[in-house]
Ligand binder design. Structure first.
Ligand code: MF3
Ligand code: CO
Ligand code: CO
Length: 265
């Protein structure tokens, strides 16, 4: 399918749903602490989303049973909230997708529970920077492959690896649209970016090898094959003439994540 070009009005609607997702993530960061279960976080996301008059897009999406994806340590993505308790040293990705006014907004971050481990900090900070490096490649006339190439180059230069089985995606009235945005690849390849395209960049970075596997029992939970830690950050981004507009950009520091990044820098 062709990549949709969103009108300025559609971009403004996407900004509203995206900012809701961003604010729900900030809310989670304020509340997150050891001893909570991932179901407790799911409840926070669900209630905050409903309070805004929005809907959690993951709930019942292709059979996904909860309002948010929560992925701890060696879980790469699509973790299902449940009775698991957050413990000191865990790294926890919370991936919020909000549906409001007919449009989606999709953003995630990795949080530290208590005091980070050296490995946890390493993979989380590489993933955080990988997303920003990808964003820096976005502008009209550039190619999608430029994004993946820049991310892969950086992540591998840090001795980590990029997950290949899951990619960023176009987003709008539908949760997942064209194009696929790979977090690896070659520069000067892939579709040309045009102003009005809206897609996510969401690199999953593994501390060890890149291979991942899906839990055969629940058919959702993705883990690293080698058991190494994995971290991820995601933004929803609109391409502009001169660069891009990060629609899920947060208005303040993300607690349990960006504040700790600074403390341990
Ligand atoms: N939010 C995820 C993404 O970034 C997708 C989750 S789909 C679900 O694309 F079904 F697992 F919720
Ligand atoms: Co996404
Ligand atoms: Co997401």
């Amino acid at each position: 399918m062709a990549i949709e070009i969103k009108s300025p009005k559609e971009i403004e609607a996407l900004r509203v749903s995206s900012q809701m997702a961003a604010e729900t993530l900030l809310y989670v960061g304020d509340k997150l602490q050891r001893g909570m279960t991932t179901d407790d976080i799911d409840t926070l996301v669900h209630e905050d989303t409903i309070r805004r008059g929005a809907r959690p897009a993951t709930l019942h999406y292709r059979g996904f049973p909860k309002s948010v994806c929560i992925s701890i340590n060696d879980v790469v993505c699509h973790g299902i909230p449940g009775p698991r308790v957050l413990k000191n040293g865990d790294i926890v990705n919370v991936d919020v997708t909000t549906f409001y006014g007919g449009f989606h907004g999709d953003t995630s971050a990795t949080f530290y529970v208590g005091t980070p481990t050296k490995d946890g900090r390493k993979v989380t900070e590489v993933a955080r920077k990988a997303l920003e490096i990808g964003i820096a490649q976005v502008k009209e006339g550039g190619r999608l492959g430029d994004i993946g190439a820049a991310i892969q180059q950086y992540v591998e230069s840090e001795g980590c690896s990029v997950v290949k089985d899951f990619v960023g995606h176009g987003i709008g009235r539908r949760f997942h649209e064209d194009p696929q945005v790979k977090h690896y690849g070659k520069p000067h390849t892939g579709e040309r970016m045009k102003a009005g395209m809206v897609f996510t960049i969401e690199p999953m970075v593994n501390l060890g090898r890149f291979e991942v596997q899906i839990d055969p029992t629940d058919q959702w939970t993705v883990t690293t094959v080698d058991g190494s830690l994995s971290a991820q950050f995601e933004h929803t981004i609109a391409v502009t003439k001169n660069g891009c507009d990060v629609l899920t950009r947060r208005g303040r520091i993300l607690r349990s994540s960006e504040n700790i990044a600074t403390v341990f820098a």
